[in-house]
Design a protein around this ligand. Structure first.
Ligand SMILES: Nc1ncnc2c1ncn2[C@@H]1O[C@H](COP(=O)(O)OP(=O)(O)O)[C@@H](O)[C@H]1O
Ligand SMILES: Cc1ncc(COP(=O)(O)OP(=O)(O)O)c(N)n1
Length: 271
């Protein structure tokens, strides 16, 4: 069981490639990587970005996929249109499930995707995406909509599906309320997943961890629906289990899932 993450490095270890690899490992999946950029980052913010050349990203992807039996791929921070083009070209050549976390802005407000790259994301990568996992601000950028309520979420999801995505997970981490609710849409219907919202400032890397867990579950052969529901348990336990690192928004606890296995209920409503 092998997965590939194409993403940026977070020197603070809570998000990006580091969160992906820890999540893969915890779920029993061997992680391979293609790095798009290095970030000088900690729990207080992103202090610098150094992106790789498109040629070098291509070399990394080719090196992994030409030799290793990868069963699922995820993308995180892609930074520029040039790097997105390389990823899209590389993905066209194979039929491995692709999870796209459309990372745009870090918690501290720093941009992890150039404005000019949004169009490439929409037109080159989303048409070949199996599962896309936008948070609410990312869904707003992709659709040009303002999202205030569940009816807006549904309309935005339909727009994202129309871009060619097979499944879209509209993440509710940025909304208020007693529950953290994510809604999964596909052309035939939708289901909602609810877990109690955890009161904590330590939510750095939640999106990376959640999408990496989906990817690991796909690599293990779970169905799309099972992969997403199990990933919701993984992220809930990672947020819930205290870990105090750094002075800002600390990382989630990637080691919680195995220890607490079976101790997290996700309420699922199908429609
Ligand atoms: N405080 C929280 N309590 C419980 N779940 C949360 C909390 N914050 C985020 N989540 C969950 O973490 C996952 C990632 O969501 P989100 O934080 O919106 O992503 P991102 O990191 O991309 O902004 C989703 O499943 C979301 O529901
Ligand atoms: C290198 C890198 N990639 C992605 C992110 C964003 O991660 P995310 O899971 O959306 O978490 P927050 O930034 O919102 O905490 C990142 N920060 N760095």
């Amino acid at each position: 069981m092998i997965a590939l993450t194409i993403a940026g490095s977070d020197s603070g270890g809570g998000a990006g490639i580091q969160a992906d690899i820890k999540t893969f490992q915890e779920l029993g999946v061997f992680g391979t990587t293609a790095m798009t950029a290095l970030t000088a980052q900690n729990t207080l913010g992103v202090h610098g970005i150094f992106d790789v050349t498109p040629e070098f990203l291509k070399q990394q992807i080719d090196a992994v996929l030409s030799d290793i039996d990868v069963r699922a791929i995820k993308t995180g921070m892609l930074f520029s249109a040039e790097l997105i083009n390389v990823v899209a070209e590389g993905m066209k050549m194979q039929s491995i499930p692709l999870v796209v976390d459309p990372v745009m802005i870090a918690k501290g407000g720093e941009s992890l995707l150039q404005e000019a790259a949004v169009e490439a994301l929409k037109t080159k990568l989303l048409p070949i995406t199996t599962i896309c996992t936008p948070n609410i601000p990312e869904a707003e950028v992709l659709t040009g909509m303002t999202i205030n309520n569940e009816s807006d979420i549904k309309q935005a999801a339909k727009k994202i599906l129309a871009m060619g995505v097979q499944y879209v997970v509209m993440k509710g981490g940025h909304l208020q309320g007693e529950f953290s609710k994510d809604i999964v849409y596909w052309r035939g219907g939708y289901f909602t997943m609810k877990t109690p919202r955890v009161e904590t400032k330590n939510t750095h890397g939640t999106g990376c961890t959640f999408s990496a867990a989906i990817t690991a579950n796909l690599a293990k052969g779970l169905s799309v629906e099972e992969a997403i529901i199990e990933a919701k348990k993984f992220i809930q336990l990672a947020i819930l289990t205290p870990l105090s690192i750094g002075n800002g928004h600390g990382p989630t606890n990637h080691f919680a899932y195995k220890k607490a296995f079976g101790q997290c209920e996700v309420t699922v409503h199908e429609s």
